[in-house]
Ligand binder design. Sequence first.
Ligand SMILES: C[S@@+](CC[C@H](N)C(=O)[O-])C[C@H]1O[C@@H](n2cnc3c(N)ncnc32)[C@H](O)[C@@H]1O
Length: 246
Amino acid sequence: MVGKVYIVGAGPGKKDLITLRAYELIKRADVILHDELIGEVAELLKESKAEIVNVGKRSGKHRKKQEEINEMLVEYAKQGKTVVRLKGGDPCIFGRGGEEAEYLARNGIPFEFVPGVTSAIAVPANVGIPITHRRYDPAVVFITGRESRERLNWEALARLNATIVILMGVARIPEISKLLIEHGKSPDTPVAVIENGFSENQRVIVTKLADLTNKAEEEKIKAPAVIVIGNVVELFNFLSGFIQTL
Ligand SMILES: C[S@@+](CC[C@H](N)C(=O)[O-])C[C@H]1O[C@@H](n2cnc3c(N)ncnc32)[C@H](O)[C@@H]1O
């Protein structure tokens, strides 16, 4: 009998921010294929009897290609196994969960998405930036730094009164800031970059859009980081002093 694949969100890296359903599935899976960016959740994998495969790990210069991962999921499921495909944050926010689901469906494999707490919301909240607040913009736009140059309508984005949350954007900071300003976004818009959220190495850099490129260079900002562009970032100054995250 064919097994089932659970495409599971591991949350933003703290083990107590994983869902109960995900935790239960980790414990009863036959095989777990996980990405590199799962933080402390890696510790929970020790409680599982499953075969654990780190598909995000580089062996030499090689990291498993998406096609290889898709094929592994299908093969394990065909062996009748309960497969957990564990991904950072939420599997459907820039996590390729959709692509894997499509491949499984094409191969007749049953699957389920198990949502996770996305870094796009949780990483800013954890430092004192709630990405929506009634006094500020009435919308949020999540964008990926990858491929966005060609595929995004920058004019519409710059004009929209929305908070912009960027994932995988560190390498594209100069380009993104330039495009937004060129298309009319105010250079004074506050920006926060939160690097290594939920870890001991967490850093928050607050600046304004016009200064973002220089600041990112000066501070040597590295991935993974969530970038928040919008007036709601103003709240950081007030709220961060009162945040207690322990
Ligand atoms: C491939 S995307 C996956 C996002 C994931 N599906 C989610 O919902 O959080 C990876 C990007 O998420 C962001 N990210 C994930 N975890 C993070 C963390 N702990 N701190 C800062 N950024 C993080 C970074 O922008 C990183 O480049």
